[in-house]
Design a protein around this ligand. Structure first.
Ligand code: P6P
Length: 339
């Protein structure tokens, strides 16, 4: 009967959020309503991404489609969908999108109490070759509801109340944390519902995989170079690690979360602050890693303790299994002690 109950106990992401909400009797369900609008955006993007290849195939993705409208690039379309969904939820007041140079401030009567930082379609350059891509988001609570300013999103990641990503790949998987562990939900297209498939995800304490763009090796600093050297030529009798690098953050992080290991996007001579953006790539993924029992480090400090001064600011990032990141931290510590 347990198996039968499991099969029919459809724990959807909305039911899961309502259960979580039950832990906060004072809550009026605003977060659940916000989440349902994020989920709506993810469902739309999942459908558009799946059709993208086909659209290209049958010529829809040319300059104009059959309706004679200009076919939007998927990342632009995804951004419009998420901005509209978040504003119409009536629960947001500041939005920061990778696609918008300036932050968006929501006016009354649709203004709410949440600030959402998101990359609507990270890794979109990989669409044409069918590599998994994703939406990444992090959520802050406004400091003072009737006075939304940039300060409300220039906060350390430790102030985020929730974070997640939706990966559009062989299946559509939404991974979410509201500060009480990490859960994974898989879209059942026949129901149009995200079903809980990965309850209470915990990242293995140590992994056998390292994930970095080796093409940047000539520009790495000494600790990163040393760490990668040890992965390839271990001196302690352990076997070498495997290199897995997809070049789409959501895909690389999802594999790291489930299988263990470490994902690195270090600073290098070309980009002293690395490439990944703090508010909608580094913070959400670091939040998830810590909630899953892993770590996230910038080369100088705990990633979530960064305080951004600009909404598109970048940071180096090393995240993943607790012990692997700990090794990275000790290499940086010994470098600074000998410097
Ligand atoms: P590189 C994709 O363009 C992205 O923003 C992330 O998804 C990914 O992790 C990174 O850049 C890949 O960068 O320099 O290795 O191609």
């Amino acid at each position: 009967h347990a198996a039968e109950a499991q099969r029919t106990d459809l724990m959807t992401i909305t039911r899961h959020a309502l259960n979580e909400q039950g832990r906060h009797p004072e809550s009026r369900g605003d977060f659940t309503i916000l989440l349902s609008h994020i989920v709506l955006g993810c469902k739309f993007v999942a459908s558009a991404v799946n059709k993208a290849g086909l659209a290209k195939l049958i010529g829809l993705a040319g300059v104009t489609n059959v309706q004679g409208e200009e076919q939007k690039k998927l990342d632009v379309l995804s951004n419009e969908v998420f901005v509209k969904a978040l504003v119409s939820s009536g629960r947001t007041c500041v939005l920061v999108s990778e696609e918008n140079e300036e932050a968006i401030f929501v006016d009354a009567p649709l203004r709410g109490k949440y600030c959402v930082c998101f990359d609507p379609l990270d890794g979109s350059s990989n669409i044409d070759c069918g590599v998994s891509i994703g939406t990444i988001f992090g959520i802050y609570m406004i400091k003072e509801k009737d006075n939304a300013t940039l300060e409300d999103v220039l906060q350390p990641g430790t102030d985020m109340i929730a974070a997640g990503y939706c990966m559009y790949g062989s299946s559509c998987t939404l991974v979410l944390s509201t500060g009480n562990g990490v859960n994974g939900f898989t879209l059942d297209p026949s129901l149009g519902e995200f079903i809980l498939t990965h309850p209470n995800i915990k990242i293995p304490k140590k992994g056998k995989i390292y994930s970095v763009n080796e093409g940047n090796a000539q520009n790495w600093d000494a600790p990163t170079a040393k760490f990668v050297e040890k992965c390839k030529f271990p001196q302690d009798g352990t076997s070498a690690k495997s290199l897995r690098y997809i070049g789409s953050m959501v895909a690389d992080v999802h594999r790291t979360l489930l299988y263990g290991g470490i994902f690195l996007y270090p600073a290098d001579k070309k980009s002293p602050n690395g490439k990944l953006r703090i508010l909608y790539e580094v913070f959400p993924m670091s939040f998830l890693m810590e909630q899953a029992g892993g770590q996230a480090f910038t080369g100088k400090q705990r990633a979530l303790e960064l305080v951004p001064t600009e909404i598109h600011q970048r940071s180096p990032i090393f995240l993943g299994s607790y012990d692997d990141v700990e090794e990275m931290k000790s290499l940086y510590a010994s470098e600074s002690s000998t410097a």
